[in-house]
Design a protein around this ligand. Structure first.
Ligand code: 26Q
Length: 761
């Protein structure tokens, strides 16, 4: 049946009326059903091995448009809806965004599922079905407050499977109910799956913000992603969640293996497991447990699991490397404790260096015996990878050096990527159409073909069209922002955007210091070459005090500037509320300057940097993470880099620590900016205590060295904003960035994982 007939049929069956009589929500549900039906008719990808991507997060974003695109019916559906008096883009708006992720690691997992399906590779995701997801961010009194995000509706992408496993907690067996989300592949005919586990009776939403009784289990196991872990109950809950995910996931892996007729004796010939950071690390002892229960010896089980598993590291921040008291695991999943002890015993038998042990005895630093999750992963995996060239080098030469000396062959780099289907084709149809006009459609399947754009570098007509696309996207963003948050933007100004989780190492505070610089300049009559719009988006972890203070600083600046008629025509600051994938899809196509200003060595890769680049923004960044590779590709004329090099930063950290902010703070160009936090002007909009605390931190500690780089940053940013005024030259920079973004396709990244680690086909 044709798409049109099928849609009319679905509308008649469910709503007893034609598509044109349906309201927007009903049209959405018709499309949801049609898409589900079409996905179900496609086979799963097959191969000699199957990869399970275990991740605490899958930051999917809305699925309708991407699924229609993958199924090859986006254009046709759009036309059918127009004929029926609807607009596909408006129908898409009615879809709630799944709330199963938090930041880069979760979005990477979603891009990988999309790419694996497109490449026809047998890759399924395994995770948890969080009912209230990551919190919803609201601003009150210029501060972040958190609310649950109940995103699951009766009709959704979640498919019941009927599959149930039993997870053996210390407190008793808990049922894990399996739900699936279909992942159709573009350019392939397959549908892969994302497997999400839930408890049998999930808790209702909490009545006071995101606060709930963390000991009320199992109902709350799947309530929130990353529940507050500032107390012991919260940390225990994280261990409960992790074990629930990996135990159910491991049982699913073995069920599918057994159904395929293969023997657990040859587990690793058929199964590969990617461990996305350390949150799923307990899958290693859990699989060993389940394989020994099926008759393998400890020796055989360890061998099979170590050959199947691979570990991806996403951070070198020491505080983000998970170490759990063994006692927690004893209290949650005692069945794992003897296995972890055995894994540790074997390590200690061969390696005397205490730095590579899995179990760290209670001692001066820690009151309890700790399990170092990353260490377990490295010893008992076949591969350890970093997520950008610089990151992998830092892992090898410093953070994980003792491990690299033991296992040089395990270490490898897989520079992150993004799916250009979502991050260009779907989110920026104007640019996609222009690229089709210039290059044909081949770039959609092979993004390296975008390089052919370089032939148009001198083509002023094309450059003008590129600028027109950007202007239209900026106007569209302004409209949406006005409708949804009551903020109008000046589409003729330069749009400078920093959108990412709030963290001191990402240095949103340094961006704010630039805003203060401009504010003071304008007050003193020094006007910028053109009006500047600075947009921030991002959530702070609810218990991360300084990150919340930085949001408060930005919101206070926003209010101060909005109310100042002298400054406002030249400078606008917007802290967008509840930044998520949907907002990213609107912001990124509208960006001129992409802020990627982490302290060098601290951002493992970044993936927003790649998305902005592919949409014709020019990066202003440090030589950190994948910025280094962007700089190599586009050349120094087409990126603005500044700041201390990663090697210098690593030196400064010591030990001993060689950095103190004071000498930088005392500089005449720096002090007034930082001291503005204490000014009566800002205090009129903000909370003096919060701003004072932030000032204390910035002048007394400045752990991520914002004051070290701030002068170089201001100079580089001024230069970028000056250059923006030279429209033709700027358009060339945009073009060069788009032309080189093909390398950052996650299709390339996933193909590399398959070639070097997974060996699926
Ligand atoms: C750690 C300890 C206890 C509880 C939670 C955590 C925790 C939670 C989330 C640790 C890390 C995360 C998320 C990390 C993350 O998103 N990392 C990003 O991964 C991207 C994909 O590789 C990179 O591009 C980013 O540079 C990296 O920051």
């Amino acid at each position: 049946m044709e798409i049109k007939q099928r849609l009319e049929h679905i509308a008649q069956t469910h709503y007893h009326q034609g598509l044109s009589q349906c309201d927007r929500k009903q049209v959405y549900h018709c499309l949801l059903r049609l898409t589900q039906e079409l996905c179900a008719t496609r086979p799963a990808a097959t191969g000699t091995r199957k990869l399970y991507y275990f991740s605490a997060e899958f930051l999917l974003g809305k699925l309708l448009a991407n699924n229609l695109l993958a199924l090859g019916i986006y254009q046709e559906t759009s036309r059918i809806l127009t004929e029926a008096g609807h607009t596909l883009a408006l129908v898409e708006e009615t879809e709630p965004e799944p709330s199963l992720g938090n930041g880069g690691l979760g979005r990477l997992a979603a891009c990988f599922l999309d790419s694996a399906a497109a490449l026809g590779l047998p890759v399924d995701g395994v995770g948890l079905l969080y009912h209230y997801g990551l919190f919803q961010q609201k601003f009150q009194q210029n501060k972040q407050t958190e609310y649950p995000n109940p995103w699951i509706q009766d009709e959704s992408w979640l498919l019941p499977t009927g599959t149930v496993f039993s997870v053996p907690f210390a407190s008793g067996q808990v049922k894990a109910i399996l739900w699936d989300v279909a992942v159709p592949g573009a350019h392939s005919n397959v549908t892969n799956r994302l497997h999400l586990f839930d408890v049998e009776t999930p808790a209702p939403p909490p009545s006071h913000g995101i606060h709930f009784d963390k000991t009320d289990l199992p109902a709350h196991l799947t309530a929130f992603l990353y529940p507050d872990d500032s107390d012991e109950a919260g940390r225990l809950l994280r261990v409960y969640q992790q074990y629930f995910m990996v135990s159910a996931g491991a049982q699913l892996v073995l069920k599918e293996l057994e159904e395929s007729g293969a023997s657990p004796d040859h587990f690793s010939n058929h199964v590969a497991i990617q461990i996305n950071d350390t949150h799923p690390s307990m899958v290693i002892p859990e699989l060993i447990r389940l394989l020994t229960a099926r008759g393998l010896s400890m020796e055989q089980a360890i061998y099979q699991v170590s050959r199947a598993c691979a570990y991806t590291n996403h951070t070198i921040l020491a505080e983000a490397l998970e170490k759990w008291p063994l006692d927690f695991i004893q209290r949650v999943a005692p069945v794992l404790v003897p296995i972890i002890r055995e894994l540790d015993r074997r390590v200690k038998e061969t390696h005397s260096d205490p730095k590579v042990a899995i179990l760290m005895p209670a001692g001066a630093q820690n009151s309890q015996e700790l399990v170092h999750m990353a260490h377990m992963d490295i010893h008992y995996s076949a591969s350890v990878n970093g997520v950008a060239a610089l990151h992998t080098e830092i892992l090898k030469s410093s953070e994980l050096k003792p491990f690299y000396l033991i296992y040089p062959d395990k270490f490898n780099n897989k520079t992150n990527g993004i799916t250009l289907r979502r991050w260009l084709e779907v989110c920026n149809p104007r640019l996609a159409a222009l690229l089709d006009d210039c290059l044909g459609q081949g770039w959609r399947q092979d993004p390296m073909e975008l390089q052919a754009l370089l032939r148009f570098e001198q083509d002023s007509a094309l450059l003008d069209r590129l600028l027109a696309v950007k202007r239209d996207n900026k106007a569209a963003l302004s409209l949406t922002l006005t409708q949804e948050q009551g903020v109008a933007l000046d589409a003729e100004s330069v749009f400078d955007i920093q959108a990412k989780r709030l963290h001191e190492y990402k240095r949103q505070q340094m961006n704010a210091l630039y805003v203060i610089r401009k504010y003071l300049d304008i007050k003193e009559g020094r006007l910028p070459p053109q009006p500047i719009t600075v947009i921030f988006g991002g959530k702070a972890a609810p218990a991360y005090r300084m990150a919340k203070h930085i949001i408060h600083l930005v919101l206070s600046l926003q209010q101060l500037i909005d109310r100042d008629p002298q400054v406002r025509p030249w400078l606008q600051v917007v802290m967008l509320e509840n930044y998520n994938v949907t907002w990213a899809e609107r912001l990124i196509p509208a960006c001129d300057i992409s802020e990627q200003i982490s302290l060098a060595s601290k951002e493992a890769s970044g993936t927003g940097n790649m998305k902005f680049m592919a949409n014709g923004a020019v990066t202003l960044g440090t030589l950190d993470g994948a910025n280094v590779e962007i700089a190599q590709l586009v050349g120094s004329d087409n990126i603005y880099t500044f700041g201390a090099a990663s090697s210098q930063v690593i030196e400064l950290y010591g030990p001993p620590m060689h950095y103190h902010p004071d000498p930088y703070y005392q500089r005449p160009n720096v002090k007034p900016l930082v001291d503005f936090l204490l000014s009566p002007a800002l205090s009129s909009a903000g909370d003096p205590n919060a701003l004072r605390e932030l000032w204390n931190e910035m002048t007394g500690k400045d752990w991520f060295m914002a004051l070290l780089d701030v002068e170089a940053y201001i100079a580089a940013r001024d230069r970028a904003i000056d250059d923006y005024g030279h429209r033709a030259a700027w358009a060339k920079k945009m073009l060069v960035n788009i032309a080189h973004s093909g390398y950052f396709s996650s299709d390339r990244t996933v193909a590399e994982y398959n070639r070097d680690i997974w060996h699926l086909t």
